[in-house]
Design a protein around this ligand. Sequence first.
Ligand code: NYM
Ligand code: MG
Length: 218
Amino acid sequence: SDPSSSRRGAFIVFEGLDRCGKSTQVSRLVERLEREGRQARLQKFPDRTTAIGKMIDAYLQSKADMDDHAIHLLFSANRWECAAAIKRDLAQGITVIADRYAFSGIAFSAAKGLPFDFCLQPDKALPLPDLTLYMSLPQEEASQRSQFGEERYETMTMQQATREQFGLVAQEVKRIHGEYRWTEVDARGTIEEVEERIRGLIGDLIEGVDGEISQLWV
Ligand code: NYM
Ligand code: MG
């Protein structure tokens, strides 16, 4: 019998600041998995296609203003409305690759000054990623790449504050869920070099995972 048939798909999350190369790497990874004949799905957060996602999109483009707490809860609600589909796909053996997740939610909102604890609560019990890859780019290198767009949060001060909060998020993930669930990836270098690093870090996770998916922050 095929031992892999009893395994669920892995839930792999990519995190990082704006312009760190995340979206490029996420789509290359999903393409590679599909080329290799594996089932994989890309889940972008925020998912701007849903009704809640459209409100988030309007906020990010400064077409709408919103209280900091309210938009924080909408980002979380946007994950909850996708949670059942993520769990269903994982159970069917599909590898789910997320471009941002709850960790962005905490880091960006806490960087605006909301209490860390408040930021963490609404995502409690969401599917726990098997691995989060945090793509890290030194400030000097990020400034050179920058080319920030027009969206909210895309300023040097905000990115610097968010970088610090991501450090605290990493500590919390490691403390509660184990060191192995959060890994920093050096995002310097060419697209191919970074892709190779990521490939090494993911290893045999793409072969599937034994056991049920756990719950975030539980
Ligand atoms: N963002 C993203 C948040 O503030 N909270 C969240 O929960 C998530 C998922 O939205 N600057 C921020 C980070 C980004 C912005 O994301 C849009 P992207 O990946 O640039 O589309
Ligand atoms: Mg962005």
